[in-house]
Design a protein around this ligand. Structure first.
Ligand code: GDP
Ligand code: IMO
Ligand code: MG
Length: 436
């Protein structure tokens, strides 16, 4: 069984919590795209983990984790995270952590170029995490990137760094920044590459063997559908393909071997960084946004930026369901809405006076659209930690049913808090089968 977990909105839907919940039913948990722009928080008892590059399954000692070929890996961030996890009592050995030899490296000049690229865009900036993600994918597509396998051959690493840095330094100089030194970068990267060597793996072969052994694999998407470089709110997106198709490319697992796709959906929407956000709570709803931000702790786990908050957008989420082919949805953060008297759900858009029920491609449209809302009554009672759907307030159940109907996909799991046991798994759902 191979299941893909995908964020349905603009990220931070609670993918980490759900992956952690499922992980001990799976043998392998893998990332297939992105890098340390991700921040997946997992709470286990009094321990808090923030996973950036490592799959959330790493917390489960019986699980093998993979960083797939579709990822961009900053080796400094990789070892910082490995050391952090080790200090939190997690044993990380090359036996249980594999890094694809085909993944691309993020180097210090990629990070510098992320800064200059944002500076160049001025008011049109993307609001990236400034981790060097975009420039590393640019190098990959431009066929000048440095793969993990290349970094293991010192002469190749040195030549690539020298060649690429000569170009990068020209851009860096235009922005009045200090040029970077290729000997320093080479020294740092080659030492890290040596440390990485025991983790390096031909991961597509590893998966083929795993499949032959009937191993269960969980593919953990980072970022989310509306941040996908092809399908998201371009250009305000990340530079990879978090959507379901990306899981196959970014891992080397044939698409028809994937058995199911789980969408992670939050009961409301958030966005970090710039870009269109049709249901954003603006000035007149600032109090509601502040309440949600506080109750939902909506601050970036990587950059600590306050997340922009908005109402649930059924048009955007239905689009995500169609694109990814969700078989089931895990609905997170119902408890955050406990105090609300009224809940609005966007069921359509109005563009130039016309009703539109599909998610348009042009980002300009998304800035100008007027959401069409339906209002639902809140439940104004405590659902934190509820583990039984029958015990949920009637209006909370109505809200859950309304979301499921408007997306057109079953909700198989409802999350009522950040902890593992603050979860309801719905009987007879597709999701329930994956928990067996
Ligand atoms: P991810 O990037 O999709 O993994 O999500 P993040 O970890 O960045 O953000 C989600 C945050 O919400 C984390 O702090 C989670 O611990 C927390 N969380 C997840 N599910 C729930 C829930 O049902 N209720 C509440 N209150 N918090 C949740
Ligand atoms: P997880 O996996 C939310 C956003 C950034 C920016 C855009 C491009 O925790 O859900 P990048 O650094 O990737 O070039 O930035 O994408 N972004 C995220 N937003 N959650 C994330 O990851 C994100 N990763 C990137 O804020 O708008
Ligand atoms: Mg996150």
């Amino acid at each position: 069984m191979i299941i893909v977990i995908i964020g349905a909105q603009w990220g931070d839907e609670g993918k980490g919590k759900v992956v952690d919940l499922l992980a001990d039913r799976f043998d392998i948990v893998s990332r297939y795209q992105g890098g340390h722009n991700a921040g997946h928080s997992v709470y286990v008892g009094d321990k808090a983990f923030v996973l950036r590059l490592l799959p959330s399954g790493i917390i489960h000692e019986g699980t093998t984790c993979v960083l797939g070929n579709g990822m961009v890996i900053d080796p400094r961030a990789f070892f910082e995270e490995v050391d952090q996890m080790t200090s939190q009592g997690i044993s990380i050995t090359p036996d249980r952590l594999k890094v694809s030899s085909r993944a691309h490296l993020i180097t210090p000049y990629h990070q510098a170029l992320d800064h200059t690229s944002e500076e160049r865009l001025g008011n049109e900036k993307i609001g990236t995490t400034l981790r060097g993600i975009g420039p590393a994918y640019e190098d990959k597509a431009g066929r000048r990137g440095i793969r993990v396998a290349d970094a293991l051959v010192p002469e190749v690493l040195k030549a690539r760094i020298e060649r690429n840095l000569a170009e990068a330094n020209k851009v860096i100089a235009v922005f009045g920044r200090e040029p970077l030194r290729s000997d320093e970068i080479f020294e740092q990267m080659s030492a890290l590459a040596e440390r990485l060597r025991p983790f390096v793996c031909e991961t597509s072969k590893f998966y083929a063997d795993a499949k032959a052994d009937n191993k269960k694999i969980l593919l953990e998407g980072a970022q989310a559908t509306l941040l996908d470089v092809d399908h998201g709110t371009y250009p305000f997106v990340t530079s990879s393909n978090p959507t379901a198709g990306g899981a196959s490319v970014g891992s080397g697992i044939p698409p028809h071997h994937i058995s199911g796709v789980l969408g992670i959906v939050r009961t409301y929407a958030t966005r970090v960084g710039e870009g269109p956000f049709p249901t954003e709570m603006l000035e007149e709803e600032e109090d509601i946004a502040n309440l949600i931000r506080e109750r939902g702790n909506e601050f970036g786990s990587v950059t600590k930026r306050p997340r922009r908050c908005g109402w649930f957008d059924a048009v955007a989420t239905r689009y995500a369901a169609d694109l990814n082919g969700f078989d089931s949805i895990a609905l997170t953060k119902i408890d955050v809405l406990d105090t609300m008297a009224e809940l609005k759900v966007c069921v359509g858009y109005k563009i130039d006076g016309e009703r539109v029920d599909t998610f348009p491609a042009v980002s300009q449209d998304l800035r100008q659209i007027e959401p069409i809302y339906e209002s639902l009554e809140g439940w104004q009672s405590d659902t934190v930690g509820c583990t039984d759907i029958e015990k949920m307030p009637t209006n909370a159940r109505k809200y859950i049913d309304f979301l499921s109907e408007s997306i057109g996909v079953e909700i198989g799991l409802v999350s009522t808090g950040p902890e593992r046991d603050q979860t309801i798994i719905l009987k007879d759902s597709v999701m329930e089968g994956w928990f067996q």
